[in-house]
Write a protein that binds this ligand. Structure first.
Ligand code: HEC
Ligand code: HEC
Length: 220
């Protein structure tokens, strides 16, 4: 049937399907019976606590002691905060900042949303401004990742086969499978050692156990 009414009906059915989807995606998150709404001011307040270690915009620092948080997936970040709270992921420096009294679920959602929207670079731009303050602002968003000795080709092949399918072809991350390319090598090494020792949980651990020590003997 090619009448106007028929087409109108088809459009209405498609629209209903689309808006139905949109509503399903926008179901509000409830916290203690109150719908959660993102509060950027609160996120920035909370960020002041985190900045001392992770940097003002979550660029990370301390030679890899403090991971980069800016630009990571919000759900991944929030889940890690909950893991620190429940001590499923143990980390002494994070304990005081992960307990409920200090950081409510609302704070967790706000600060992780804020961090996920930060855009960070790993390299300073080629044309740095001459103004000192402007240079400082740019460098705050940059994390310098040192080069490491190792077999780059072997690492590349291993990564493509066993890590890329989850962490992304270039380590850019996929939803709750975190981006690992932007992290400092020192931080990555500590986390891999944590996975291998069972201190932190990781899927398909057998692959890491079988392959990593061989190509990464100084994994500690
Ligand atoms: C006293 C220093 C310190 C402060 C302050 C701090 N952190 Fe951390 N944070 C750390 C350390 C150290 C780690 C690395 C933990 C590890 O090695 O497992 C970490 C790890 C994390 C991770 C895991 C990152 C990943 O890639 O898995 C998240 C998320 C995080 N912190 C969020 C926060 C937030 C949000 C705040 C502010 C409310 C905060 N941290 C305040 C020291 C700190
Ligand atoms: C089946 C999917 C999957 C595969 C394959 C995988 N990962 Fe992961 N990886 C994850 C998930 C999910 C997490 C987050 C774990 C958590 O919630 O604590 C993670 C976390 C990590 C982290 C910690 C990141 C951080 O910010 O703290 C590192 C490092 C890591 N993986 C390295 C690797 C390496 C190296 C390989 C290849 C040997 C690999 N992963 C293969 C799913 C995967």
């Amino acid at each position: 049937m090619k009448t106007g009414a028929g087409r109108g009906l088809a459009v209405a059915v498609i629209l209903a399907a689309l808006t139905g989807n949109a509503q399903a995606q926008q179901a509000p998150i409830m916290i203690k019976g109150v719908a959660y709404e993102y509060d950027k001011d609160n996120a920035q307040d909370v960020m002041r606590i985190c900045a001392g270690c992770h940097g003002e915009l979550g660029a990370g620092g301390g030679g890899g002691s403090y991971p980069r948080l800016g630009g990571l997936n919000a759900d991944y970040l929030a889940e890690q905060m909950r893991k620190f709270k429940s001590r499923e992921r143990e980390n002494i420096p994070m304990i005081p900042f992960a307990v409920d009294r200090e950081l409510s679920e609302r704070d967790v959602l706000d600060v992780t949303r804020f961090l996920s929207e930060v855009k960070l670079d790993t390299k300073p731009p080629a044309n740095m401004p001459s103004d000192g303050y402007a240079r400082l602002q740019i460098m705050k968003k940059v994390l310098q990742i040192p080069r490491e000795p190792g077999d780059l080709e072997a690492g590349k092949a291993f990564y493509a086969a066993d890590c890329g399918p989850c962490h992304g072809r270039k380590g850019e991350g996929r939803l709750k499978k975190p981006a690992i390319a932007p992290q400092h090598i020192g931080y990555l090494k500590v986390q891999v050692a944590n996975f291998l020792s069972g201190k932190r949980k990781h899927d398909d651990l057998e692959v890491m156990q079988a392959r990593l020590p061989a190509i990464w003997p100084d994994k500690s």
